[in-house]
Design a protein around this ligand. Structure first.
Ligand code: ZN
Length: 246
């Protein structure tokens, strides 16, 4: 049995690109040359009368603007971040994503990317008994990752049986947690700044990477809005298309 339920990534929020343009222009005191800031529009009253120093609408005092990046500023960001490697500018843009069905083996690998990544992962202690109670064999693949290797998948089923036996003993989750297979799925919410995303994608969409994290990285790349991807280029040779892990 091979799992059809692979990792999915959903974008919850991406901070607007004009924040990066504003940051880059502030460094060189060139806000007057920005084609982004000149065209900013308040989402509340639609006014284009914006105080770009305070990032505030002069009309209604609102501070929410259309997500827009002018061509000239896009070229500036490409130059500053891509060519001159001033990655700190990209730290002003964050993405917030929901990840479903990461095998636990991936969590350890993500934890190595410490800077610019804020994780919140479902507590296995908390959800273990909820999942395992009455779990039937036909539902194993909802909660555990099969890799399509007959021997390994069969041994995984033995591990799941062991886990179910352990849960039935009534011992606490803290004790049973020691038996969790790395193939067990976890869900999480992550906030990354775009500099961290770029570093993550470079390292994990590459040759010789552990396939489940290469797959996760490819889904994260998919989740990034197209107009942001010039800040997070990848080596497409190693990109894994959706539903093609095995
Ligand atoms: Zn306004």
């Amino acid at each position: 049995m091979t799992s059809k339920l692979l990792t999915t990534v959903k974008l919850n929020h991406a901070s607007p690109l004009f924040l990066a343009a504003n940051a880059a222009r502030t460094c060189w005191d060139s806000n007057d040359k920005s084609d982004t800031l000149k065209q900013l529009q308040c989402t509340n009253c639609l006014s284009t009368d914006i105080d770009t120093t305070a990032m505030e609408c002069e009309e209604c005092g609102g501070s929410s603007f259309e997500n827009h990046l002018g061509e000239r500023d896009e070229a500036l960001l490409e130059r500053v971040i891509g060519k001159f490697k001033h990655g700190s500018i990209a730290e002003h843009i964050t993405i917030n994503i929901s990840v479903k069905r990461m095998p636990r083996s991936v969590l350890q690998e993500i934890s190595r990317h410490r800077i610019g990544v804020s994780p919140s992962v479902a507590s296995s202690r908390y959800i273990l008994k909820k999942i395992m109670k009455g779990l039937k064999q036909e539902d194993y693949s909802k909660y555990f990752m099969y890799i399509g290797d007959e021997v390994v998948d069969s041994l995984l089923e033995q591990q799941i049986t062991t886990l179910i036996t352990a849960v039935k003993t009534g011992k606490s989750n803290d004790v049973i947690k020691h038996l969790l297979p790395e193939a067990m799925y976890a869900d999480g919410v992550y906030t990354f700044n775009l500099r961290a995303v770029h570093a993550f994608l470079n390292l994990r969409i590459a040759d010789g990477v552990y396939p489940p994290i290469q797959y996760l990285a490819s889904r994260i790349y998919d989740s990034i809005p197209e107009s942001y991807r010039f800040l997070t280029p990848i080596n497409e040779q190693y990109y894994l298309p959706a539903n093609k892990l095995n």
